[in-house]
Unconditional design. Structure first.
Length: 90
């Protein structure tokens, strides 16, 4: 395990952050962890995001982002035209 890929780094970070979120206040030898409510919530969010990225679920390519952007623009334009027709008809 001398080669740490970014994928394994995110996996390890996700496990560590979720552990902090679950355990919360603890004292392990000379290390004391006391994140509080907001810290635990933030650790949970970062942990889940890191695990999802490590699994490849948040690893979008440029083509996927462009496809999503064009789809969203098309949906917004259709919604705006529908709203304009509704307002003009009233």
């Amino acid at each position: 395990m001398t080669d740490l890929t970014p994928n394994s780094n995110f996996l390890i970070a996700g496990i560590v952050f979720i552990t902090i979120a679950v355990i919360g206040k603890s004292k392990l030898g000379f290390i004391e962890i006391n994140p509080g409510f907001f810290g635990r919530f933030l650790a949970l969010f970062i942990g889940i995001s890191s695990l999802l990225y490590a699994l490849g679920l948040l690893n979008f390519s440029a083509e996927t982002i462009d496809l999503l952007r064009t789809y969203m623009i098309k949906q917004i334009q259709q919604s705006l035209s529908s709203i304009n027709e509704l307002l003009q008809g009233s």
